[in-house]
Ligand binder design. Structure first.
Ligand code: B16
Ligand code: MG
Length: 212
């Protein structure tokens, strides 16, 4: 049924939420802004600057664009330091085994991530060069829910959007898939999302979704 699978990275292939959280928390604390894990959940799939805008909803002052750039750059420095803790042990065996099986069945595999650190994270996980294509936050101008990152992924694997399935943990990502004319499979936080064609309880269930 599908010819290509496009995976979101953070929240699907690996879990970087705790590092995003710790890094944003340090910035929020400096500014005296209340920030917790529930607010952090709203940052899934959203770009770095848009994430900061969500955090600033609880900030009572004005902030110049220059300052916003400075704080988001600082968050990224902290985040990148934390990412150094990641290793191939952070890649769940069932995730790797499922992807290997999908590839064996002839499907092309791509990454469609809002993150500008996607390649670094893939390297940490030992997945350098594993995917047929990587479409990430460095190559796009509009982030999810805009479909740009997934349309680029489909183009890079030379498949039509309607022949691709997107795997996402964020509502914004499932909206992006739909806007791009692709089916979506929701996992984790997005597994119950009504926008998804498949509601995955585990990563392995993808194998059934691709058979159906
Ligand atoms: P960066 P995904 C997204 O990745 C994260 O879910 C989101 O929380 C983050 O703000 C965004 O990447 C940008 O990340 O600061 O590394 O460029 O889920 O689309 O793989
Ligand atoms: Mg995600």
């Amino acid at each position: 049924k599908y010819r290509g699978i496009i995976f979101d990275l953070d929240g699907v292939i690996c879990h970087t939420d705790k590092y995003h959280y710790q890094a944003w928390k340090q910035v929020a604390d400096q500014l005296g802004i209340y920030f917790d894990e529930t607010i952090n959940n709203r940052l899934r799939g959203v770009s770095r600057m848009e994430s900061f805008e969500i955090i600033l909803e609880r900030y009572d002052g004005a902030m110049s664009e220059e300052e916003k750039e400075r704080y988001t750059a600082e968050k990224n420095e902290i985040y990148k330091e934390l990412l150094k803790n990641m290793s191939p042990a952070d890649l769940a065996p069932e995730v790797k085994a499922t992807m290997d099986e999908l590839r064996k069945r002839g499907l092309k595999l791509a990454i469609g991530s809002s993150s500008r650190n996607a390649c670094f994270i893939l390297g940490q996980l030992g997945l350098d060069g594993y995917f047929d294509a990587v479409s990430d936050g460095n190559q796009i101008t509009h982030s999810k829910p805009d479909p740009e990152v997934f349309l680029l992924a489909a183009k890079l694997i030379h498949e039509k959007p309607e022949d691709c399935l997107v795997v996402e943990d964020a509502r914004a990502g499932l909206m992006a898939a739909k806007a791009g004319g692709m089916d979506g499979a929701g996992i984790g936080d997005a597994s119950d999302c009504e926008l998804a064609a498949y509601h995955l309880k585990s990563f392995e269930e993808l194998l059934e979704a691709c058979n159906s």
